[in-house]
Ligand binder design. Structure first.
Ligand SMILES: [Zn+2]
Length: 411
């Protein structure tokens, strides 16, 4: 385990001793003053120990807290499936699906939560809180349930019912906020400061990115190399910040010779990070952004992305970029992924596939490229989001003739 050396403000570069500040640089404020976790390693890493162990705690050398503080749910160790048929059709060198829906609470958020809850325990915090469009909330609720820690959750009123159901089942104290995600986020922050809760919200707590980065370690280990490109959906920016930081740290630690291009995908109606990236490419500074957010993909319906600075800066460091896709493209990607790859993702989870089709069409990726799509959230989180407009299965009499008739009708 490597204790952090310091926390550094992403905007002014000021450094703080580890654990001296929870969320952001007081001079730059939030979100411009978001913090990144730095480590001090005297010798390069050769490899990670215990490759047969499927848990992100294997990567303790690059995590801010030791496993002795972890709760028992197992985060990390998700499968990487080759998808040769699609690679061939699209004219790619190779294509894989990193199925991060197979986590304890069925989304990639469990990586950040595992580390953040362990940090809370390490610091002796008595309760946790977060705002979330749904997945980070159910993740925190699950890990707090396993750890016997109280947790307070703020969700926007339009969060899908299955995500609320998870929260209630895990016994979290749930506030449904009569407002959008950005309002729920601000309220969770104010309440955490008022009541002393440790806040796990994406883009606020720098420890979340430390957990999120482990997906990069897993991809690198399983492939024995880094791919040319990795594609992932972006809401607040904390997941893509983690993906990039993971690959950048592998290079810095001497484990990987280069980093992949990391591409973020946003819904066209909720594209504040993509727009901030475009402004940055034209030479403008990265400023906190605020835009309207409308998309059927609730997990990435974010108008004020909290981790925008890291999400722009790190992606630029990898040489990647941003893609926006329409809601119909998201929906069709989710259905195609389910039908052709057997992976049932929520619309945001399938966004990388929608983006890949565009990147190939526009010539940004091709024959030389080996690509990984990170699928971030299960379709069971929002089943109606994916199956809307699809016909209902036929109702039949309980006899064989009815089966034959139904099969003939379909043929
Ligand atoms: Zn600062």
């Amino acid at each position: 385990m490597a204790e952090p050396k310091a926390l550094r403000c992403v905007t002014c570069g000021r450094e703080f001793p580890p654990w001296s500040v929870d969320y952001f640089c007081p001079r730059c404020g939030f979100p411009a003053g978001n913090l990144e976790v730095l480590y001090d390693r005297d010798k390069p890493l050769r490899r990670f120990p215990d490759p047969a162990r499927f848990s992100l705690w294997r990567y303790g050398e690059l995590l801010p807290v030791g496993e002795e503080h972890a709760v028992r749910l197992r985060a990390g160790g998700t499968p990487l499936y080759p998808w040769a048929q699609a690679a061939e059709e699209l004219g790619l060198g190779a294509l894989w699906i990193k199925d991060d829906t197979l986590q304890p609470t069925a989304s990639c958020k469990d990586r950040g939560t595992a580390v953040t809850v362990a940090v809370a325990k390490r610091l002796g915090r008595k309760a946790l809180a977060c705002a979330s469009t749904g997945n980070a909330a159910s993740s925190l609720a699950g890990f707090c349930a396993a750890g016997g820690v109280p947790c307070y959750i703020f969700v926007p009123k339009n969060a899908p019912a299955p995500k609320i159901a998870q929260l209630v089942a895990f016994g979290a104290f749930v506030f449904r906020v009569d407002g959008n995600y950005d309002q729920a986020f601000a309220l969770a922050l104010a309440a955490s400061q008022e009541f002393g809760w440790y806040n796990r919200s994406d883009g606020l707590n720098p420890m979340v990115v430390e957990g999120n980065k482990t997906v990069a370690f897993e991809i690198w280990e399983e492939l024995g190399d880094v791919p040319e490109a990795v594609v992932v959906a972006v809401g607040d920016g904390a997941v893509i910040a983690g993906v990039c930081k993971g690959f950048l740290e592998l290079r810095e630690a001497g484990l990987a010779p280069r980093v992949p291009k990391v591409f973020g995908v946003q819904a066209a109606g909720a594209a504040a990070v993509a727009h901030a990236f475009a402004r940055f490419q034209r030479g403008a500074p990265i400023l906190p952004a605020e835009e309207p957010a409308e998309t059927l993909a609730d997990s990435i319906r974010v108008g004020k992305p909290a981790d925008v600075v890291k999400a722009v800066k790190y992606v630029a460091e990898t040489g990647g970029g941003y893609v926006t896709v329409s809601d119909p493209e998201l929906l069709s990607a989710a259905r195609e992924l389910a039908r052709r790859a057997g992976v049932f993702a929520e619309p945001s989870g399938a966004a990388p596939y929608a983006a890949l089709l565009r990147l190939v069409r526009e010539g940004a990726l091709g024959q030389k490229d080996r690509v990984v799509l990170i699928i971030t959230g299960s379709g069971l989180k929002d089943p109606q989001g994916v199956t809307r407009d699809l016909p209902e299965p036929p109702l039949i009499r309980p006899d064989l003739r009815a089966v034959r008739e139904a099969v003939e009708r379909c043929a």
